[in-house]
Design a protein around this ligand. Structure first.
Ligand code: ZN
Ligand code: ZN
Length: 252
């Protein structure tokens, strides 16, 4: 039992830190690239197509080609999606265009995308080769499943609901996701992700900590709080609870 507990707590801390830093760095250096990095990545796109595809999916399509009229509406009328699909099929290889559609235009990611985004989770299983006892191995696996995966769960399943009005998201989401969305953590990430879309050089994390330590955190301005309420993204009670306070050390 002691072996299990020591492995669970030790690896838990290590895996949490690794996941939050990986998420923040991946978002900054693979997804939302600066123009200089983007030019370099464009030259490498044939060497490593999945990296380039992930950037287009997130930075170009999710940030700029969808949610154009409103943060809470992926498309503002039915023809808009058909038009975007047509543009993507003309501009990109068929395989890429299909990936963009299957990732819900960057609001989620595909199972192949999970291979790339989830690299730390897969690598953590290598620790099993170095551990001496079965309970220590079990502690390592449990810590990996619990502490390395929140950013994956958030970016694949929770993110689409974070772009919906709060009341509609709570009606539409399955029960397990509703628990996350309605929790203080779900509301905080909904707020910080809104700031990320306003200012894509900040608030990369859906698994909090690394942005704060890397000085990539920005609290919402008063007018952003007003906009979130006007959009129905959050309710006035959420603002009262968070504005001007700290949540998990993060200033809001
Ligand atoms: Zn982004
Ligand atoms: Zn988003």
């Amino acid at each position: 039992m002691l072996d299990f507990l020591l492995a669970f707590l030790g690896f838990g801390l290590l895996f949490y830190l690794q996941a939050t830093f990986w998420e923040s760095l991946f978002h900054e250096y693979v997804l939302d690239l600066t123009p200089a990095l983007r030019a370099r990545r464009f030259q490498m796109r044939k060497l490593w197509p999945s990296l380039w595809r992930a950037h287009i999916d997130h930075a170009v399509i999710h940030h700029h080609m969808t949610f154009r009229r409103s943060y809470t509406e992926m498309f503002s009328h039915p023809e808009e999606e058909a038009r975007l699909k047509g543009i993507l099929e003309r501009q990109y290889a068929l395989e890429d265009a299909r990936t963009f559609t299957r990732s819900r235009y960057g609001a989620s990611f595909t199972w192949e995308g999970l291979l790339l985004v989830g690299v730390p989770v897969w690598l953590n299983f290598l620790w099993l080769l170095a551990l001496p006892t079965i309970p220590a191995m079990a502690g390592c696996v449990a810590a990996n499943l619990l502490f390395s995966t929140p950013y994956l769960v958030f970016s694949k399943w929770v993110h689409p609901y974070m772009h919906m009005r709060f009341d509609l998201a709570m009606q539409a989401a399955p029960p397990a996701l509703r628990l996350i969305l309605g929790s203080p953590y779900g509301v905080a990430t909904r707020v910080s992700h809104y700031v990320h879309h306003r200012d894509p050089r900040t608030n990369y994390n859906l698994q909090y900590l690394a942005d704060l330590l890397r000085c990539r955190w920005r609290r919402p301005s008063a007018s952003e709080w007003d906009q979130m309420i006007a959009l129905g993204l959050i309710e006035p009670r959420h603002r009262q609870r968070l504005e001007g306070r700290r949540f998990l050390f993060h200033p809001f």
